[in-house]
Design a protein around this ligand. Structure first.
Ligand code: NDP
Length: 310
């Protein structure tokens, strides 16, 4: 017989775990599907210095371990399964994972977002062979090497600064001369003697040496169209994120970039389905705001369930 739960939470970042803590404390016995990357994006970062309550900072993976423990202690049924399909057309909703299918009276979606890539064939081919989308995961593989970071948002500044712990030189490659990153992050990168800048440049190809690892990139000047080669051992892509909302396409209203639309807090276009965290937030994208909206989703969900009973 198919299990029917009060609430199923999809996603295991700060938002999903916070929703779990709140719904568990409300006695809703939540089931949380962790997905392929338990803990989410924070498990591929190092120090988190801006989450209140940690005066000395905390490591991202450690923080997510603590979130999970707290959700478990409150009684969340945490499952290491990936949700592959949902049916929100009738209630109870159906949620299929790679192992089985469950039903739920309500669903909280906290699936987060993933790093964007340039879309070059060579980028895919050399991923893990010098190309990376995560400096904190792969930076240590580049001791005394020369690497480039593509992008000029806070992620790019943060990654470039972090990479100077290992690399001998880090070149930030940006297609304009205007930075999306906050002034403090740009200033920190500018003050770092290991960081060099290449503006109005776009990476159009990545080349491997005989050892199969990155040895250079082809840059194109975004103003003149002129091409040049730049030798480097590593390419870090830091050009933003895409919301993980593909499996909900056609079932929930989304904006043109795939962020789930919410109203009155965390209500989606389907009654009984709520969304929180980076999958619905393209503005703040912080651990603390994700956790905050996870709490909102739990409260919205709890009140909605209560209304269904009366
Ligand atoms: P952003 O969207 O802010 O920046 C993306 C950067 O990548 C831009 O410079 C953009 O250039 C460039 N870019 C996008 N697509 C391409 C492409 N195809 N080729 C070349 N360059 C490209 O993303 P971030 O991930 O940096 O930041 C997202 C959010 O997360 C922000 O709100 C940020 O403040 C926050 N954040 C905060 C941190 C912190 O506070 N510690 C750390 C990291 C992120 P262009 O400007 O020309 O479009």
């Amino acid at each position: 017989m198919t299990e029917i739960h009060d609430v199923v939470i999809i996603g295991s970042g700060p938002s999903g775990y916070t929703a779990a803590i709140y719904t568990a404390r409300a006695n809703l016995k939540p089931v949380l599907f962790q997905g392929m990357q338990p803990g989410g994006q924070l498990t591929i970062t190092t120090d988190v210095e801006n989450y209140p309550g940690y005066p000395e900072g905390v490591l991202g993976p450690k923080m997510m371990e603590d979130f999970q423990k707290q959700a478990e202690r409150m009684g969340t049924d945490i499952r290491f399964e990936q949700v592959t399909e949902v049916d929100f057309s009738k209630r109870p909703f159906t949620i299929k994972t790679d192992f089985h299918s469950v039903q739920a009276k309500s669903v909280i979606i906290s699936t987060g977002a993933s790093a964007k890539l340039l879309g070059l064939e060579s980028e895919t081919k050399l991923m893990g062979h010098g190309v990376s989308a995560c400096a904190t995961c792969d930076g240590a593989f580049f001791p005394d090497k020369e690497v480039i970071v593509i992008g000029a948002g806070d992620s790019a500044m943060e990654e470039a600064t972090y990479l100077t712990r290992f690399a001998s030189k880090v070149t930030i490659v940006h297609r304009r001369d205007v930075f999306r990153a906050s002034a403090v992050m740009v200033d920190r990168a500018k003050a770092n003697p290991k960081i060099d800048w290449m503006l109005f440049k776009q990476v159009v190809d990545i080349h491997a040496g005989e050892n199969g690892k990155v040895k250079s990139v082809t840059l194109e000047d975004t103003q003149s169209g002129e091409r040049s080669e730049l030798a480097c051992d590593g390419v870090f892509v830091a050009i933003g994120h895409t919301p993980n909302s593909k499996i909900f396409e056609g079932q929930l209203d989304m904006d043109e970039t795939g962020y789930i639309k919410v109203h009155d807090g965390t209500y989606t276009s389907v009654e009984g389905v709520f969304a929180s965290g980076d999958v619905m937030d393209k503005i703040y994208r912080q651990a603390v705001t994700a956790a905050g909206s996870g709490c909102m989703a739990a409260i919205d969900c709890e009140r909605w369930l209560e209304r269904q009973e009366h």
